[in-house]
Structures are given as C-alpha cells and as structure tokens.
Design a protein around this ligand. Structure first.
Ligand SMILES: CC(C)(COP(=O)(O)OP(=O)(O)OC[C@H]1O[C@@H](n2cnc3c(N)ncnc32)[C@H](O)[C@@H]1OP(=O)(O)O)[C@@H](O)C(=O)NCCC(=O)NCCS
Length: 179
C-alpha cells in the first residue's frame, strides 16, 4: 500500500470507490458532486495496484481545513487504510501550516447505523465534537461538526481572516448537495 496526492484526474477512481459504498453515497446527485469535487480540491489516494481509498480536503483558511469526503472501497474497509490515508493527509496539511481540521457528518440524532460507524472512525482518529447544526443540510439531516487540532494554535493574523479562499464551501453549496 502506498499513498499519493494531491492527484489530478481523480474522478474515475473516486467514482468507482463511492459506488462501492451505496449505503453512504446512495444519492446520485450528491455522489456526482463529490466526484467532481475530487478534481477541484486536493485529493489523495491509498493505492494497492489500483486506488482503494481517497480523501478530499478543502481549505477554508491557511490554518483551517476540512475533510470534504473520504471513502475506502467496500472490500477494503476496516483494515486500517482510512487511518493511514488520513495520517498521510495530516502530514501534508501540517507541512502547509494547517493547525486544525474539521469534518461534518450526520449527527447521532439521525438514525443511520452507517453514519454511526463513520462517527466512530472520526473519534478513533482524535476528532472531538464542536457543534451541531440541525438544518444545515436540510430538514431531517442534522449535522455534527467535529474538529481535530493538528498543532498548538498560534495567534492568527487578523488581516488574513477576511481573505476567503475561492474554494471555500458555503452553506448554500452544502444545501444544494443534500437536495
Ligand atoms: C469511515 C471509513 C473512511 C474508515 O476507513 P477504514 O479504513 O474502514 O477505517 P480503519 O480500518 O482505518 O479504522 C480506523 C479506526 O476507526 C474505527 N472504525 C473504523 N470503522 C469502524 C466501524 N465500522 N465501526 C467502529 N469503528 C470503526 C476503528 O476503531 C479504527 O480504530 P483503530 O485504528 O484504533 O483500530 C471507511 O470505513 C468508509 O469509507 N466508510 C464509508 C464511507 C464514509 O463513512 N465516509 C465518510 C463520510 S463522507
């Protein structure tokens, strides 16, 4: 197993991996958006002959990034690949000065057993819950935001806070994704 990225031409492999996970990615429009996003935002792969897992991150601020999507192909889940891929991406982010990583996923108030497993993965990796958003992705889709510190926080340069990277994910994009 080796790790590569950020990669260009990620879409084909991401689509294959996501289609192996219909219990998480069963909404076609949302799946296709994650596939397209894999070529818009930095995407990393775990490769075993072919890519078997991917992780896409988005930059909100230089210090603050988000796990936008992660998937390990169904046959390869539960073998430590997700953890190792995440560690690889953490190293890349730290080398760029990132201090905190966040992820949004379905909250425990949602009955999905699949996303209960997903939350266990994030907490096993050291994420802590930060905030709940009852309607960010739409009605009946409560969102849990988790964060993982990557470094001891340094004082921010306030002049940079107003500069939003173009690719910043807005609440409107999130809502469109769940529509
Ligand atoms: C969530 C996912 C990325 C985890 O990757 P993985 O390779 O299966 O996970 P790993 O084997 O690296 O497990 C890492 C840790 O997470 C925990 N974990 C992983 N899957 C778990 C599960 N199904 N139930 C409980 N805990 C789990 C393990 O306890 C493990 O801890 P350890 O390393 O201390 O033993 C992968 O299973 C997946 O693609 N799931 C479906 C899609 C998804 O949920 N994507 C995220 C939402 S966008």
């Amino acid at each position: 197993m080796h790790f590569i990225g950020p990669s260009t031409h990620a879409a084909r492999h991401c689509e294959r991996i996501l289609r192996s996970l219909p219990r998480w990615f069963g909404i076609e429009a949302s799946l296709l958006e994650y596939v397209a996003d894999s070529e818009r935002f930095p995407t990393f792969f775990a490769v075993d002959v072919d890519p078997v897992a991917f992780l896409t991150v988005r930059e909100h601020f230089a210090q603050s990034w988000e796990v936008h999507c992660i998937g390990v192909s169904a046959l390869h889940r539960g073998k430590g690949i997700g953890r190792k891929l995440h560690e690889h991406v953490e190293t890349w982010l730290k080398s760029r000065g990132a201090q905190v990583l966040q992820v949004k996923t379905l909250a425990p108030a949602h009955p999905s057993p699949e996303y209960a497993e997903t939350r266990q993965f994030y907490t096993a990796l050291g994420y802590v819950p930060l905030e709940m958003f009852p309607a960010l992705w739409g009605p009946q889709l409560p969102v849990l935001q988790l964060v993982k510190p990557l470094a001891t926080f340094k004082q921010a340069d306030e002049s940079l806070i107003g500069e939003r990277p173009e690719q910043q994910c807005t609440a409107r994009e999130m809502l469109n994704k769940s529509a």
